[in-house]
Ligand binder design. Structure first.
Ligand SMILES: Nc1ncnc2c1ncn2[C@@H]1O[C@H](COP(=O)(O)OP(=O)(O)OP(=O)(O)O)[C@@H](O)[C@H]1O
Ligand SMILES: NC(=O)c1ccc[n+]([C@@H]2O[C@H](COP(=O)(O)O)[C@@H](O)[C@H]2O)c1
Length: 172
């Protein structure tokens, strides 16, 4: 039995993340999705809470033939102990997945098997592009799983991100 660990902020969970999960699913029996920056929300970069991101991920992956666990991981001031912090919060895992250079470096230094994946349609499948479209009433729905559209609707997420974006541009 192999268990993987995939870390990201998932603000929001989009079709690039979903493609990465599909690719990882070929390698592992179970997958932990680490919800990074779990302590942050209500900002333009991190509009959604850890709980809201758990809903997005759980509902998006419900039909997959893969056991998944979504685990919130708060940020720490000290990069040097971050991997131990991750391990203390997550079910044990055999292999980690990320395309983030700092994350890759930290896992490598801890002698943990860390794998990257190709970027899928990165011109548009990027969290910042999805958030930009949410703020400007663009077509963000086509970039995320249907379940994410439903969660954003349930939590009035568009109103939230537009409000925090306005506060940001007013220097509040
Ligand atoms: N289109 C994609 N294809 C493959 N991997 C992706 C894609 N988008 C993001 N990832 C990877 O998923 C992980 C989590 O990404 P993250 O939650 O930061 O999303 P992001 O799209 O990079 O968002 P942001 O623009 O908010 O930084 C990272 O390792 C990132 O490189
Ligand atoms: N010192 C730390 O707290 C630390 C170090 C490396 C990565 N992280 C987190 O891991 C996550 C990585 O995800 P992204 O690839 O989406 O950036 C982010 O939430 C980032 O803040 C935290």
């Amino acid at each position: 039995m192999t268990r993987g660990f995939y870390i990201g902020r998932f603000q929001p969970f989009h079709n690039g993340h979903r493609s990465m999960v599909e690719q990882i699913a070929a390698d592992v029996d179970e997958l932990v999705l680490g919800i990074g920056s779990a302590d942050d929300s209500h900002t333009v970069r991190n509009p959604f809470t850890a709980g809201e991101r758990i809903m997005m991920i759980t509902k998006s992956l419900v039909d997959y033939d893969l056991v998944t666990y979504a685990v919130p991981i708060e940020d720490l001031e000290r990069n040097s102990v971050w991997v131990s912090h991750v391990q203390s919060m997550s079910p044990d895992f055999d292999v980690a997945y990320s395309n983030n250079p700092l994350v890759i470096q930290l896992f490598r230094e801890a002698d943990i098997d860390i794998r990257q994946s190709p970027m899928f349609n990165r011109e548009v499948l990027e969290g910042s592009e999805v958030r930009e479209r949410m703020i400007n009433d663009g077509d963000w729905e086509s970039l995320v799983p249907d379940a994410v559209v439903e969660v954003v609707d349930e939590i009035d997420g568009l109103e939230r991100i537009q409000m925090v974006s306005d506060s940001d541009s007013n220097g509040e």
